[in-house]
Design a protein around this ligand. Structure first.
Ligand code: ADP
Ligand code: MG
Length: 151
């Protein structure tokens, strides 16, 4: 994995905006990181850049929160699998059937069922600490990730 240090929440939001710009239907973003790392904050920034004008609640209990055009540029599901008991339960959520972009918190819950072409982002750090963002970008993301970031 390669990565970079992200000093502020605003800088992380800028990275989410870069990602939003290259998204296509069917893309899967696996967001790894401990509680408080900033997964929901990242998803919120991304969904906002896609055009969503309202609040983006954490899908802790609903597990899936979907956003659809015309409010957003393309359909996106914000998913939090923390409370998923078994990877089999993911079928009931329809995760493997939709062509919506999936932003998945706690993707570990899917085990080996996480599709191989998912872009895997990991955020380390919590509280006021600088975050470290690392990633594994499969071939489907070539030319799209990593983004060219301002230095
Ligand atoms: N890059 C960052 N630098 C500093 N603080 C951050 C950063 N990203 C997020 N935060 C803060 O850390 C907390 C992360 O919470 P949240 O996004 O709910 O985490 P998670 O979904 O990973 O449990 C929020 O209070 C947010 O303001
Ligand atoms: Mg969260």
């Amino acid at each position: 994995m390669t990565g970079l240090a992200v000093a502020t929440e605003a800088a992380m939001a800028a990275i989410a905006a870069r990602l939003a710009a290259v998204l296509r239907p069917g893309d899967i973003i696996a967001l790894h990181g401990d509680l408080g790392a900033g997964k929901t904050t990242f998803a919120r920034a991304l969904i906002g850049v896609l055009g969503w004008p309202g609040e983006v609640p954490s899908p802790t209990y609903t597990l899936v929160q979907s956003y659809d055009p015309p409010d957003v540029r393309l359909s996106v599901w914000h998913v939090d699998l923390y409370r998923l008991d078994s990877s089999d339960d993911a079928d009931a959520l329809g995760l493997f059937e939709t062509s919506a972009v999936l932003i998945i918190e706690w993707p570990e819950r899917l085990g080996s069922r996480l599709p191989a072409d998912a872009l895997r982002l990991a955020i380390a750090g919590s509280g006021d600490a600088v975050r470290h963002l690392t990633w594994a970008a499969p071939p489907a993301w070539e030319g799209r990730w990593p983004p060219l970031l301002p230095t």
